[in-house]
Each structure stands twice: as structure tokens, then as C-alpha cells.
Write a protein that binds this ligand. Sequence first.
Ligand SMILES: [Zn+2]
Length: 278
Amino acid sequence: MDEKAIKILLKTIKTAQDESLSDWFYWDHYMQYITRENFEYAKKHGVMYEQENINHDEICRRIKAAVTKIEKQDVVNAFLYSLSTRQLEYRSFLSSYCIAKSLAEHSFTPSPAPNEGICAVCELHTYEFEEPIEFNTINYFKYKDGSCFDNLIQILFDLEQFPKLPLVKPCENDDKILKELKTIIETSEPGDRVSQLKKRISKTFKSNDGERVAVLEILGVIGVLHDDEHFGYADQYITYPEREHRLIRNDDVGYPARWWQGKFGIDTEKWKYWFGEN
Ligand SMILES: [Zn+2]
């Protein structure tokens, strides 16, 4: 991807954040901080996008269409490649692919009152797709944090983005990092959670705290990190009511990694499914 285009995206959103913590993610807000010329440039290079009207059912249809064109090994490679290179935009394709594979096309299904504005299958809120949808903040999180996504609008963006990036192959160093991660997870204390694990893996690859949590969240989504009640999306799609939160004040780790503890170790079957004998 074009370096200048990426810089334009990051700078625009960062400026908007600095100007307003409550409004920065709105199109009308962050677009004040970019010139038309720069926006056109970033658009031309596939880094920024116009808003689009897409309804709930169309979001599902497009996700299913996008995922059929993607090979599993290519997203595994992308994830591994991101570890040593710190090219964070390659990281989330793996978990997005896993969620998209298990997702069933469905029509908007209202949750029981008073949450009838939330789809009982996928958790999309009507307000998310009644107005034009913007994708630039999603791309910002890809490049800046390598975030793990589970919202269907993010999944759609991620999977439609994948074919626009060159295919990549992991190197020996990536395999080494993966092996180290596995060993560290497997030697966790029984009561350890993501907050301990993110510290214990800090030497394995160049990263900050947020990036490490995202990597662990991705491992959760693909079925590697879970407890004995809350599983990832590899075997079946996890519906909105099933994505339970822990009853603690700051439950800010994604589902299901938030439920993992050291005593549950690694799901070796899922590890093999994605990473082979590594
Ligand atoms: Zn839905």
C-alpha cells in the first residue's frame, strides 16, 4: 500500500481524535481535517473510502461473497507475516475470515424488547446501517493497532480489503514467534488471564500492549483461546446473546479471549487446524 496514503489516513483520524474525543469517529467530523486533494489521493490508493449505503441483509450477502474468494492458508500467512514485520494491517484477516466462514446469511432479526433495534443473530444495530456507512475509522484501527474485529461491518470491510493487498508469506522468524507464543501460553499459571498473558508475551514480537491484546483476541476468535463454556467461531457462529461478558467493571477484552484462563491452555485441535504442526 502507498505510504503517503496511509499517512493521510492516520493523520486525519488522529487529528479528529485530538480535536474531539466524543465525535472523532463521525464522517462529518473527521472529514473536516482532510483536504479534498488528500482524500482523493488516499481513495485512489485504496486506503480511504467514500461512505456507502448498505443494509443489514446486503452486509451479510457481501461478506459471504467475499469470503468464498479467500483461501484459508492466505489469511493464516497474513497473520503470521504481521508478527515479525509489524505490518498490522495484515493481522485481522484471519479472525475476520473465521467469523465470515461460520456466519449464516440471515435477515435482520429483532432482539426481544427493549433491544428490538439490535439483530439477535449478529448484534448489528439499526443505527449502524440506516445511515451511510463509513469505513475509514475501521481502516485506521487496522493500520494503527492491528485490531481484532467482530462487528459485521468491520468484517465486511476487512474481507473486501484482503484481495487489494499483495499476498504475503511468513518467514522463519514468524514461525519462531508462533512457537514461542504457544510455549508461553501453555506454561501460564492456572489463574492467568489475558492481562497477565499480554505481559508474558511482550518479548516475543515487537508490539505495544494494545497490539498484543489484539493478537490474543484473534486467537480467541479462531478457537485457540477459550474456557469450557465460551468458544470461538471456528465450529459455529457465535450469536449476539452468546457473546457473554464477564461481570467485572472493565471487561474490555474481546469475546471469547476474555473468558480464557491459564488452566484452559491451548485448544490443540484448533491450533493444528490453523497452524499445522507448528
Ligand atoms: Zn444480523
